[in-house]
Design a protein around this ligand. Structure first.
Ligand code: C2E
Ligand code: MG
Ligand code: MG
Ligand code: MG
Length: 288
């Protein structure tokens, strides 16, 4: 009896695991094909200075033009890519692609690229960045890597060394989605952040919630006290823009300014250089 029920339990468990493993394998294969077949695309979202009202940079956001499912946002595949390890390859592609397209941006603009936890550990991260900067003639000071608090929670010593190594090349490091993770304030003291990004969940509530205004303002004060720049993400209304400008937030990003778009579609907002005749190939086949 005991043996039988034990067996049954095991069977249910095992088939669930098998299903999940199967699902993961299929997404993984799908993603490998996506990288090989250039199904991935970078969208760019402008970031505006509150002081001048001018676009001072762009964040790159990955999209997947899936042959049957259509355009897919990162929310539904980045975690799979992270779990299966293919994020390293995908992330290296994104870095090379971002810096290749960045040649069309005015030289004063920065380029922000999102980096996932596993990428920080990848042995190829630093060389990929150095090579892509050199190939495309981009000043390292223009590249900002956006990481989330989840990156800081594991293998802290290693991560600290890696971030310092990246800073030595001259890159900037931003803390993304600030306030949504574990937010231990000691991270702010230990890690070399240049910028703090106020998460859109706080920005979203600015118009109608006193507490969100207070948290946003306190976050900005903290950033300033620690010599960091501050960017608000998810700015959608004039009212949010006004509040963020009044309290001295440095940069704004959100649908109010522009949705993320393929770079070419931002030409009415940004003075883009023409597409270079011979873009050095961003070889999808280079193993990351
Ligand atoms: P994130 O880095 O915090 O990016 C901001 C997200 O907010 C983007 O979602 C952007 O499209 C969205 N957004 C921008 N303005 C507004 C607005 O006004 N209102 C609202 N409601 N949303 C706005 P997206 O593109 O779906 O990306 C989601 C997340 O996926 C990103 O969050 C980032 O963590 C991750 N991600 C995107 N691209 C990459 C990549 O190349 N590599 C890695 N590792 N992660 C990426
Ligand atoms: Mg980001
Ligand atoms: Mg964010
Ligand atoms: Mg996010």
């Amino acid at each position: 009896q005991a043996k039988e029920s034990g067996k049954r339990t095991w069977c249910v468990f095992s088939s669930e695991l098998a299903d999940r493993a199967e699902a993961r394998r299929s997404v993984e294969m799908d993603l490998h094909r996506a990288v090989e077949n250039s199904e991935l695309q970078l969208y760019f979202q402008p970031q505006v200075s509150t002081k001048t009202g001018e676009i001072v940079g762009c964040e790159t956001l990955i999209r997947w033009n899936h042959p049957t499912r259509g355009l897919i946002g990162p929310g539904s595949f980045i975690q799979h890519a992270e779990d299966s390890g293919i994020i390293t390859r995908l992330g290296n592609w994104a870095l090379r692609e971002a810096l290749s397209q960045a040649r069309r941006l005015p030289k004063h603009m920065h380029i922000a690229v999102n980096i996932s936890p596993l990428q920080i550990h990848s042995a190829s991260l630093v060389s990929t960045i150095i090579n892509a900067l050199a190939t495309n003639g981009i000043d390292p000071g223009r590249l900002e890597l956006e990481i989330t608090e989840s990156v800081l929670m594991t293998d802290t010593e290693f991560t600290l060394d890696r971030l310092n190594q990246l800073k030595q090349i001259g890159l900037k490091i931003s803390l993304d989605d600030f306030g949504t993770g574990f937010s231990s304030l000691s991270y702010l003291r230990r890690f070399p952040f240049d910028r703090l990004k106020i998460d859109k969940s706080f920005v979203e509530d600015i118009d109608h919630d006193e507490d969100s205004r207070a948290i946003t303002k306190a976050t900005l004060t903290l950033a300033k006290a620690l010599n960091m720049k501050c960017t608000a993400e998810g700015v959608e209304t004039e009212c949010q823009k006004q509040f963020l400008t009044d309290i001295g937030c440095d940069e704004l990003q959100g649908y109010l300014i522009s949705r993320p778009q393929p770079l070419e579609k931002l030409k009415h907002l940004i003075n883009l250089a023409p597409e270079p005749e011979s873009m050095p190939q961003n070889e999808a086949t280079i193993v990351g």
